[in-house]
Structure formats: structure tokens, C-alpha cells
Design a protein around this ligand. Structure first.
Ligand SMILES: NC(=O)C1=CN([C@@H]2O[C@H](COP(=O)(O)OP(=O)(O)OC[C@H]3O[C@@H](n4cnc5c(N)ncnc54)[C@H](OP(=O)(O)O)[C@@H]3O)[C@@H](O)[C@H]2O)C=CC1
Ligand SMILES: Nc1nc(=O)c2c([nH]1)NC[C@@H]1CN(c3ccc(C(=O)N[C@@H](CCC(=O)O)C(=O)O)cc3)C=[N+]21
Ligand SMILES: [Mg+2]
Length: 297
């Protein structure tokens, strides 16, 4: 049996970021405006802090302005709403990202609906979700958008493929299913109450796993030659005994990668697959938002 092609999201995203840097240059020349991305972090969650810092570094690396806002873990919902209102009206801000998850005392939907849909570079606002659902997408959620780029890169046309999305969250599973449907796939969305998941999986030409359980998808579930996109980011103890004893961790996906790679025709690794694409698509959305916001006036 031949081993699957490993889809290199790190390299793909690096090429995409180079292209975005060119777009930013052109944009600056034509409009005399530097696209600006505001990233808001509430609280001190260590993983969130690392991701937010990475987003900020990559924003400046493509020539855009990065504006950081840090609120205390016990900042009130109203304080956060006031900040969003300020950013909505700030002409230097073209994209707004509020890092999730938020502290429990804050109602996430209320916060997401407060962001100007035209600055909603996460694509989480109900207006952008609605546009995607009716087939007139504008700002598309970054992780699913990145997955689509990787799928189109390895398959060309997706037309007529059977696609299985495992997970139905509003940030990954649902928008992923919408994009696959728009690309003329026959789409199945699985979740906790799905009864015959293994059988559904065996019929899928494309499997997108967004579950949040390490090594959830087994090689034996896959149709030989399937293309597998692993969205999962799961922190587990390090493999090396000494490192494990020192409390070190590593990240693994939702797919049993080593075994699945023996059955699939192409598969994304974790790390180095979907994750880097998410950030590149965030930058892409920010340039898009800046274009939209500055051409209307
Ligand atoms: N690479 C990247 O850029 C990103 C990675 N992630 C990662 O992707 C994963 C998913 O994230 P997210 O969508 O936010 O997670 P959520 O926890 O919001 O959603 C998980 C989904 O998986 C479903 N699920 C859970 N257990 C099972 C099961 N046993 N069988 C079938 N379905 C199940 C849930 O079903 P139900 O709805 O019934 O509860 C739910 O729809 C996580 O590992 C996360 O860290 C997330 C965002 C970006
Ligand atoms: N408003 C909001 N928007 C998000 O898009 C959002 C969010 N909140 N909260 C958390 C999730 C998660 N997420 C990731 C982004 C990049 C990597 C990434 O770059 N991963 C690398 C490195 C992983 C590592 O080494 O830790 C990789 O997979 O290779 C992962 C996960 C965005 N999210
Ligand atoms: Mg969630």
C-alpha cells in the first residue's frame, strides 16, 4: 500500500502569506491606507496568549498594523462591548478578532453580534454566517476557508465528492459543511448523536475531523484513497518519558495520523496542517475587509 501525501499546511500558508504581503503593498499604494487588525484577548489563558501573539507577529510580518487589546479576566461584559464599539468606529481598524473562548461570565454570542459584520474577520457574526448559508459569502470563517484551500490544492475540483464533516460547531463544522456544499460536494455532518459514524466515514471521499478528541478517527474507518483534513488541536502529555515527567506537552489531531496515512491518499498533519492556514486566512480576510471598507466611501 502506498503512503498518503502529507499536505504541507505550513508551506502552503507561508506561500499564501507572501502573496498577502504583495496584496498589502498594492493596497497601500492604491489607497494610501495600511490595513489594521485589532486582536482582543480577555484573561490570561496561556494557550490563547500564545496564539494571539502568533497572530500579531504574522500581521506585522505581512505589512499590516496590529493593534492589541488586553482585558483583565474579570473585565465586565459591558467593558468588552464598549471596546468593540470603539473599534467598530475606528477608521484605522479594518478587522476585529475577539479571541475565544471568553471567560464564563461573558455571553459569547452577544459579543460576536456586537462586532461590525464588515470588520468581522473571523466570520462568526450571524450576518456572515447567514450570507455563507444562502450562498453569498463575504467574510468566511478562517479555519474552514483554509481547509478548502488545502482540499482544492490536493483534489482540484470537489464536485460530486462525498464529504463527511465530523463536528457541527459554529466556528468549524457548520461553516465547513456550507463551503463543501457550495463546492458541489454531497455533505454529511456528524455529531455526538450520529449513530453509524464508521459506516458514514467509509463512504466519504473527503473526511474533515473537527471533534476535539485525540486520535478519534481510526484508519479502519477510512475509505482507501480518502483525503483527510484534521482540524483537531489537542494538547496531550509529551511522548518522551523525561519530557512527560517534566510536565511537557505536545499537540495531536483528531485523526490517528500514522495509521490513517497508510489508507488515505492525502492527509494533513498536526501540527503543520490546518493550524497555520487559519492564521493566513485571517490575514487574507483582513485585507479583504480593508478593501471593502475603503471602496464603499
Ligand atoms: N486548527 C485550527 O485552526 C483550529 C482548531 N480547532 C480545533 O478543532 C477541534 C474542534 O473545535 P470546535 O469545533 O471549536 O469544537 P467544539 O467542541 O465546539 O465542537 C466539537 C464537535 O464535535 C462533536 N463531537 C464531540 N464528540 C463526538 C463524538 N464522540 N462523535 C461525534 N461527534 C462528536 C460535537 O458534537 P455535539 O455538537 O453533538 O456536541 C461538536 O459538534 C478542537 O480540537 C479545536 O481545538 C478549532 C478551531 C481552529
Ligand atoms: N476568535 C477566534 N478565532 C480563531 O480563529 C480561534 C480562536 N478565537 N480561538 C482558538 C482557535 C484555535 N485557533 C488556532 C489557530 C492557529 C493554530 C496554529 O497555528 N497551529 C499550529 C501550531 C500549534 C502549536 O504548536 O501549538 C499548527 O497546527 O501547526 C491553531 C489553532 C484559532 N482559533
Ligand atoms: Mg466551542
Amino acid at each position: 500500500m502506498t503512503e498518503a501525501i502529507i499536505i504541507d499546511g505550513k508551506e502552503f500558508s507561508s506561500n499564501l502569506r507572501n502573496k498577502i504581503a504583495e496584496d498589502v503593498k498594492t493596497f497601500k499604494k492604491e489607497r494610501n491606507v495600511v490595513p489594521g487588525l485589532a486582536v482582543v484577548l480577555v484573561g490570561e489563558d496561556p494557550a490563547s496568549r500564545i496564539y494571539v501573539r502568533k497572530k500579531e507577529e504574522m500581521t506585522t510580518a505581512v505589512g499590516m498594523n496590529s493593534l492589541s487589546y488586553r482585558l483583565d479576566a474579570n473585565a465586565s461584559q459591558q467593558e468588552l462591548l464598549d471596546l468593540i464599539e470603539t473599534l467598530n468606529h475606528d477608521p484605522a481598524v479594518h478587522g476585529i478578532l475577539v479571541q475565544l473562548p471568553l471567560p464564563k461570565h461573558i455571553d459569547t454570542p452577544t459579543i460576536l453580534e456586537a462586532i461590525d459584520p464588515d470588520k468581522d474577520v473571523d466570520g462568526f457574526h450571524v450576518v456572515n454566517a447567514g450570507r455563507l448559508a444562502i450562498g453569498t459569502p463575504s467574510l468566511v470563517p478562517c479555519t474552514p476557508a483554509g481547509c478548502m484551500m488545502l482540499l482544492e490544492h490536493s483534489l482540484g475540483s470537489l464536485k460530486g465528492k462525498n464529504a463527511l464533516v465530523i463536528g457541527r460547531s459554529t466556528i468549524v463544522g457548520r461553516p465547513m459543511a456550507q463551503l463543501l456544499l457550495a463546492a458541489d460536494c454531497t455533505v454529511t455532518v456528524a455529531h455526538r448523536h450520529t449513530k453509524n459514524l464508521e459506516e458514514l466515514c467509509r463512504q466519504a471521499d473527503i473526511v474533515v475531523a473537527a471533534v476535539g478528541i485525540p486520535h478519534f478517527v481510526k484508519a479502519s474507518w477510512l475509505k482507501p484513497g480518502a483525503v483527510v483534513i484534521d482540524v483537531g488541536i489537542n494538547r496531550v502529555p509529551a511522548e518522551d518519558e523525561a519530557a512527560k515527567a517534566a510536565g511537557k506537552t505536545r499537540i495531536v489531531g483528531d485523526v490517528d495520523f500514522v495509521e490513517a496515512a497508510k489508507v488515505a491518499s492525502a492527509i494533513t498533519p498536526v501540527p503543520g496542517g490546518v493550524g497555520p492556514m487559519t492564521i493566513a486566512c485571517l490575514l487574507n480576510n483582513t485585507v479583504q475587509a480593508a478593501r471593502n471598507l475603503t471602496s464603499a466611501s
